[in-house]
Ligand binder design. Sequence first.
Ligand code: FE2
Length: 226
Amino acid sequence: MGHPCHFWFSPDMRAFYLQDEPDNPKNYNDSGTSVSAEELRNTIAVETWHFEGPDAMNLIDEMAEKRGYTSRDRVIISPQSMGDKFETMCKKFYQEHLHEDEEIRYITGGEGFFDVRSIDDKWIRIVVSTGDFIILPAGIYHRFTPSNKNHTEATRLFQSYPKWNSISRPEGDKIEVSSLSAPFSFHPVVWFLATFPFLTSIAFALLVCIHANISMEWLKPPTNLL
Ligand SMILES: [Fe+2]
């Protein structure tokens, strides 16, 4: 009997390039050109997972702990939960923006679309539904909309002090986000460990040179005796 919980790096997650002129953003608007999970991960550092089964939340907890996400909340995006604000909030979510921190969502109900900019600035639509777990790296332009079912439920994970302001385009162009190329960048501690010995070596070499120079000065005969 297998383990009751399953998770995988979502190989069958549905993502595709968006049609150029979507009629209604809440429809799929699939251009017919699909994008694989590997391509998302390797080009723009978007990670998608799928967790299902009775232990799914435990796996979310483990992942949150590993990545330093200490708080979370739950949102229900629907006319029933938001009332008159629903359409206004949908428009707000659908404005192109970025954040200075990762955006992590675990979808617990309904369906929605994360649109993310490809490496050549085209829109890729990622379809998310119950059990999908998505990580958008800091600094990539994106937007969200529920599908035309008008119902998305999600758990949002946060670090202790998230830089969570939405920065719209083009203001976001002025922001330099160090983790934009997350899979290829190094943690600050790694940079420190890598650069500190190098800088120390340079400083030590300089001290040796200075000392040697001074010592050699001592070895020279006094000029006033020549
Ligand atoms: Fe966002």
